[in-house]
Each structure stands twice: as C-alpha cells, then as structure tokens.
Design a protein around this ligand. Structure first.
Ligand code: COA
Length: 187
C-alpha cells in the first residue's frame, strides 16, 4: 500500500497561466490552430504572413511580458499545450469594438484556440471557464471578443458561454479585411 493519491483520469484537463519560457511552444500551438478560425477564402499566404508577423515566438515573448495581457493554457497528462486563451485588459484599441461594447471595465478575449483533435472534448469549455474566472479576478465586469462571421463553430461555442452579438468590426488578415462580429457578455 502507498499513501499517494489515486491518479486522475488521463483525459482530465487542467488550465494554468502560460509560463514565461513558453513563447516558442505557444507559437507552435498558434501555428497549429490559427487557420482553423479562418474562412475558406483566406489564402495560405495570408495565413503564413499572419503567423510570421503576429503569432511568432517574439510576439508571444511580448504578450507574456505584458502586464495588461494574460495567457492561459489547457493541458492534460498527454498533451502539454492543448489550447490557449489570451485576455487583454483595458479599453479596446479597436474603435468599432469600443463603440459596440456596453460593459466596463472590460477584458478582451483576444485569442481562444484549441487543437482540432481536442474539439468537442470539453477542453475548450474548461479553458473558457478558467479564463472568465481570471478576467473577473482582475476586476473586469464584462468581456468582449471579435469572431469571424463565418466561424459557425466558434459562434455556437461563444453563445453557449454567454456571449451575445453587440456589433461588428473589421479584422485584417493579409491584405484583406474580414468582417467580424463583436460579442460581449457580463461577468
Ligand atoms: C472555438 C473552439 C475553441 C471551441 O471549442 P470546441 O471544442 O469546438 O467547442 P464545443 O464542442 O464545446 O462547442 C462547439 C459547438 O459548435 C457546434 N458545431 C461544431 N461544428 C459546427 C458548425 N460547423 N456549425 C455550427 N456549429 C458547429 C458543436 O456541435 C458544439 O455545439 P453543441 O455543444 O451544442 O453540440 C474550437 O472549435 C477552436 O479552437 N476552433 C478553432 C479556432 C477558433 O475558431 N477560435 C475562435 C477564434 S475567434
């Protein structure tokens, strides 16, 4: 007999803050998941440019060091980085979003990505719940996000988690502006 606690199920998802040394791993996760959010007309060149310019390891170094941002990751015993979110606290820099949202202080859910193999497993729900808790703990009373109007799966997911459409904004991928919905929920 040992007195160690029984091991949990291997599929149990844990959510924790990303660590300062994880920029490269987060960039790999971003590269594996960013295209899943893009509409079918987004070109491979545009996706590659976005990954190079916005989601590279150097970008994640900056995100991780920014006190106005919080990155959370989901993992289980088998997969270290299964998904991630990034909150951005403070007023939206995007003018359309600033006009659309109604609740302040706010926290933008700037990124919410889970590896395709973990979709539909509940991992994203655990990540979302922990992310909303973290936003509340920092004093936000609302949360907003932008999501592509063609991203039906994410729209359904966000709706399940209490976000409602409050406006529209444009989002640049490559040289083309995409139309996003602005969604918001109270915390
Ligand atoms: C958004 C994301 C995190 C949600 O995670 P998930 O595991 O897919 O979420 P869930 O399974 O809990 O919820 C998705 C819902 O959409 C439904 N759905 C799946 N495909 C769909 C589709 N093509 N159209 C409409 N609904 C769809 C699912 O059935 C589920 O609804 P249900 O629980 O009522 O059955 C995940 O899909 C993801 O990482 N997508 C790629 C990145 C992305 O788009 N991020 C958002 C950027 S703003």
């Amino acid at each position: 007999m040992t007195d160690s606690p029984p091991a949990g199920p291997v599929t149990e998802v844990r959510v924790r803050p990303a660590r300062p040394g994880e920029a490269a791993a987060l960039a790999e996760l971003a590269a594996a998941t960013f295209a899943l959010a893009c509409p079918p007309h987004t070109s491979a060149d545009a996706i590659a440019a976005f990954l190079r310019d916005v989601l590279a390891p150097a970008n994640f170094e900056v995100f991780l060091a920014d006190p106005e941002r919080l990155l959370l990751v989901a993992e289980n015993d088998a997969v270290t980085l299964m998904g991630y979110t990034m909150l951005v606290f403070g007023e939206p820099h995007d003018a359309d979003a600033a006009d659309a949202i109604r609740i302040r202080p706010t926290a933008e859910l700037s990124k919410c990505y889970v590896r395709a193999e973990a979709h539909g497993t509940g991992a994203a729900g655990a990540l979302m719940a922990a992310t909303l808790d973290a936003a509340r703990e920092r004093g936000a009373t609302g949360s907003w996000l932008g999501v592509n109007q063609e991203n039906d799966r994410a729209l359904r997911f966000y709706g399940k988690h209490g976000y409602e459409r409050v406006g529209i904004k444009r989002f640049l991928v490559g040289e083309r502006y995409e139309d996003d919905y602005v969604l918001e929920r109270a915390l």
